[in-house]
Design a protein around this ligand. Structure first.
Ligand code: NAP
Length: 349
C-alpha cells in the first residue's frame, strides 16, 4: 500500500483526500464562479446539452457547499484542476458531460477518409486510437517496433514495423514506407514509464535517459522526419501525447514529496519540444496539439490498479475518443496549448 501510494502520488494526483476536503464551506458567489468555470471551449461545444450545462454548476454549487474545499478551489478560467481526486469528484458533482460522457460529443465522421498515423499502436491507448479511427472511416497507419495479434486482427491500412522512436535510422524506414502519400493527422503516442518509483535513493539514470529518449526525443524524431520529407501538408495536425506528469506547475499538488524524476522530466521535455514544434510549424500552418490523454487502464498504469476506479481511470476505448475529439476540435488557435483530454481544459506548463 505504501508503494502504491507513493507511485500514485508521483504519477497521478493524490490518492488520499486532503484533510481540507469537506472542511471548508463554499463562500458566497459560488454560482457565479461555477458558471465562469465553464471554459470558452466548453461553451463552444455545439452538441453540449444546455440543460445539463446549466444544471451542472447549480448542482456543483450545492455539492460544493457540503463537500468543501476540494470542489471550491477553482482553477484559473479555462484551466483544469491539478488534484485528480477532486477533479473527478467535481466532474461528477457538476455532471460534466464532456468529462463523463464523451459519446455525447464525439463526432467520428470528422475522421472519415483522413490519413491518420499512430505511433506505438500495437497496444494500449495507441491500439485503441487505431481501432476507433478505423471504425470512423480513417485510413489508419500504425507504426510500432513489433506488431501484435490485436493489431494484426484490426486490418488497418498499413502497419509499419521496425519503427523504434529512439532510432534515427528507423526514420527512413517510416518515410519510405509512406511512398510519398501525406499524412493528415500524426499521433505521437509511443511512450514509456519505468516501473519502480524513483527517489533520491533509487535514481536510475539509464532509465531516465531512456524515458527522455522515448517520450521527448521520440515524438520530435518522428515529427521532424515526416515534416522534412514533406509528408505533412498545411492543415495537417500533429498530436503529441505527453502527460499531466510533465506539468512543472502541478508538482506541488501531484508530487508533494517529489519522486519519479525520469518520467516527469521526460514529459516536461516533451511539452517543451511540442511547444517549440508548434512555434516552428505555425508558418507551415501545421497544428501541434499537446495532449494529456487522461487516466487510462493500460499496461502502463496497471501499477495503479487499486486507484483506477477512485480516480476515474477509463477503458482505452473511452480514452481514445477523448483524444480523437481533441484532435478533431484542435486548430491553429489551440496549437501549442496543453490540453487535458478528460475535460478539454488546459493544463498549465
Ligand atoms: N495510460 C495513461 O493513463 C496515460 C496517462 C498519461 C500519459 N500517457 C501516455 O499515453 C501514451 C500511451 O500510453 P499507454 O498507457 O498506452 O502505454 P503502454 O500500454 O505502456 O504502451 C506503450 C506503447 O509505446 C510503445 N513504445 C514504447 N517504447 C517505444 C519505442 N522505443 N519505440 C516505439 N514504440 C515504443 C510500446 O510499444 P512496445 O509494445 O514495442 O513496447 C507501446 O505500443 C504514452 O505516451 C503515455 O506516456 C498514458
Amino acid at each position: 500500500m505504501l508503494r502504491s501510494r507513493s507511485l500514485a502520488v508521483a504519477f497521478m494526483p493524490l490518492v488520499v483526500a486532503r484533510p481540507a476536503f469537506g472542511l471548508v464551506t463554499r463562500p458566497a458567489g459560488a454560482f457565479a464562479r461555477a458558471s465562469r468555470a465553464l471554459s470558452s471551449q466548453q461553451r463552444a461545444q455545439p452538441q453540449m446539452d444546455l440543460l445539463s450545462r446549466l444544471a451542472g454548476p447549480v448542482l456543483g454549487a450545492a455539492v460544493g457547499a457540503i463537500a468543501g474545499s476540494a470542489l471550491t478551489k477553482r482553477p484559473e478560467e479555462g484551466f483544469t484542476m491539478a488534484d485528480q481526486v477532486a477533479r473527478f469528484a467535481r466532474h461528477k458533482a457538476t455532471n460534466n458531460r464532456r468529462a463523463l460522457d464523451i459519446d455525447a460529443f464525439y463526432d467520428g465522421s470528422l475522421l472519415k477518409g483522413k490519413r491518420v498515423l499512430v505511433t506505438g499502436g500495437n497496444r494500449g491507448v495507441g491500439l485503441a486510437l487505431a481501432r476507433q479511427a478505423k471504425a470512423d472511416g480513417a485510413l489508419v497507419i500504425v507504426t510500432c517496433r513489433k506488431s501484435s495479434p490485436e493489431l494484426d486482427a484490426l486490418g488497418v491500412e498499413q502497419v509499419i514495423t521496425g519503427v523504434d522512436v529512439t532510432k534515427e535510422e528507423a526514420m527512413p524506414i517510416l518515410t519510405q514506407a509512406l511512398s510519398g502519400k501525406p499524412i493528415d493527422i500524426v499521433i505521437n503516442n509511443a511512450g514509456y514509464f519505468y516501473e519502480p518509483v524513483e527517489t533520491l535513493s533509487s535514481l536510475n539514470y539509464g532509465e531516465q535517459l531512456k524515458m527522455i529518449d522515448i517520450c521527448a526525443l521520440g515524438p520530435l524524431r518522428i515529427s521532424a522526419a515526416l515534416v522534412n520529407a514533406g509528408l505533412i501538408k498545411p492543415g495537417g495536425k500533429i498530436a503529441m501525447i505527453t502527460s499531466q506528469g510533465g506539468s512543472v506547475s502541478w508538482r506541488d499538488v501531484q508530487n508533494p514529496e517529489g519522486h519519479d524524476y525520469g518520467h516527469h522530466m521526460s514529459k516536461a521535455a516533451a511539452n517543451m519540444a511540442s511547444k517549440l514544434l508548434a512555434k516552428e510549424l505555425t508558418s507551415k500552418q501545421i497544428v501541434v496539439l499537446i495532449l494529456h490523454p487522461g487516466f487510462n487502464k493500460t499496461d502502463m498504469t496497471a501499477k495503479y490498479k487499486e486507484i483506477w476506479e477512485k480516480e476515474g481511470a477509463v477503458d482505452v476505448s473511452v480514452g481514445a475518443k477523448r483524444v480523437l475529439h481533441e484532435v478533431n476540435v484542435g486548430s491553429m488557435a489551440t496549437s501549442g496549448k496543453f490540453i487535458n483530454c478528460e475535460d478539454g481544459l488546459q493544463i498549465p506548463f
